[in-house]
Design a protein around this ligand. Structure first.
Ligand SMILES: NC(=O)c1ccc[n+]([C@@H]2O[C@H](COP(=O)([O-])OP(=O)(O)OC[C@H]3O[C@@H](n4cnc5c(N)ncnc54)[C@H](OP(=O)(O)O)[C@@H]3O)[C@@H](O)[C@H]2O)c1
Length: 268
């Protein structure tokens, strides 16, 4: 198995092809799954849920925090391949799957990484900033889907996108973020029509207690409308934030067992 030079960080190349073949033969329920944004919050909860499964899944994990990826690989050396890098770098993205030998099999993508972007009102936002948010939240998703489709067609695989309520509710100063999440919902709908052998679903996880919510409360509040500020401050104060494990477990289970009837849907 060869590893690509991903954004200057060393990837953990994971188990050998021989090991993977034997592992799959011995664990027929084992699935091979890419999880992005696996270094924190919801994505880390997805990865931990899949790693804890008795099915002994094999995971390809992506994110920029190399120390977190290394720890996941050290704790699960035979079942984790790491692909550190920045999803804003589309050259890296093109190599995430291409440079590893998956021994002919990929069962699911959990495309979960995301950024709120600069969180500025439209009048104050440089067009470049919208482009960067879309590159991370949309274009990298399209590139990963494209490179995975040939294998996902043969496994009748699944794609789960982490979307957001902001896809259908417009919050002032979240224009680029909300539009990018609406775009991935549309991507799921289009995949349903174009790829009958692949199940694609989009999930809004709720308001979840992760670094993204800390950023909203500590960095981005001033550009939001008053009622939205109150909503996010109140959710934290009143203990209404969901633990990341809650949506994380649902997303992980969808990656393993989502049925055809869910394809193209935006699930809460
Ligand atoms: N928290 C909420 O209330 C909420 C609500 C609706 C939707 N969401 C969505 O849930 C998803 C996960 O967010 P979270 O709440 O778990 O936040 P988080 O704890 O901040 O995690 C974000 C993840 O995305 C990765 N990421 C961000 N930018 C990246 C980049 N440029 N390149 C590679 N990886 C990148 C981060 O990894 P590195 O830092 O290691 O790169 C991290 O693993 C996002 O798509 C977000 O939009 C969250």
């Amino acid at each position: 198995m060869s590893a690509s030079p991903a954004a200057g960080a060393r990837a953990h190349s994971g188990p050998s092809s021989d090991f993977i073949e034997k592992h799959r033969a011995q664990n027929p329920s084992s699935r091979t799954i890419l999880v992005t944004g696996a270094t924190a919050g919801i994505g880390l909860a997805v990865a931990n849920h899949l790693l804890a499964s008795p099915a002994q899944h094999l995971l390809i994990l992506a994110g920029r925090k190399v120390d977190v990826l290394n720890e996941l690989a050290a704790n699960n050396p035979d079942r984790v391949i790491t692909r550190p890098g920045d999803m804003a770098d589309l050259e890296y993205v093109e190599h995430v799957l291409r440079d590893i030998d998956l021994v002919g099999r990929l069962d699911a993508l959990v495309l979960n990484h995301g950024t709120l972007g600069a969180s500025l009102r439209i009048v104050d936002t440089a067009v470049d900033e919208w482009e960067r948010t879309f590159r991370i939240n949309v274009s990298s998703y399209v590139a990963l889907v494209r490179s995975a489709l040939p294998l996902l067609r043969t496994t009748k695989g699944r794609i789960v996108f982490t979307s957001s309520g902001a896809a259908s509710n417009a919050y002032s100063s979240w224009g680029a973020y909300g539009a990018s999440k609406a775009a991935i919902n549309h991507l799921a709908m289009t995949l349903k029509n174009e790829e009958p052998d692949v199940i694609a679903v989009s999930v809004r996880p709720g308001v979840v207690d992760t670094a993204m919510q800390v950023d909203i409360r500590e960095k981005y509040l001033q550009n939001m409308d008053e009622q939205d500020q109150a909503k996010f401050i109140g959710a934290k104060r009143d203990g209404k934030l969901l633990p990341p494990e809650k949506p994380g477990h649902v997303i992980a289970e969808l990656a393993v067992r989502a049925g055809n009837e869910l394809s193209g849907l935006f699930l809460r």
